[in-house]
Design a binder for this molecule. Structure first.
Ligand SMILES: [Zn+2]
Length: 76
């Protein structure tokens, strides 16, 4: 579950660090389609499953936040 918190470090790479009107999904380097595909792939491996699950939960929460504030799920 620690890895799910580490993914938020890529939020720190953005300027400004927190913008309530910004959509995280597709904006931050670890919130793109390719990383999401990797997180889903982690579910296949029993040892990595909890990490993948934590990361996916994080992505889903970010997507819901984006949906509520911007009306979209994903920024290209
Ligand atoms: Zn995030």
């Amino acid at each position: 579950m620690l890895a799910a918190l580490l993914i938020d470090l890529d939020h720190l790479l953005a300027e400004p660090i927190y913008d309530p009107g910004r959509c995280s999904i597709g904006f931050h380097p670890l919130h793109g389609m390719l990383p999401i595909a990797v997180y889903i792939a982690l579910l296949v491996f029993p040892r990595a499953r909890i990490i993948g699950l934590g990361l996916i939960i994080h992505i889903v929460l970010d997507a819901i936040d984006c949906r509520i504030t911007n009306g979209i799920w994903y920024v290209f």
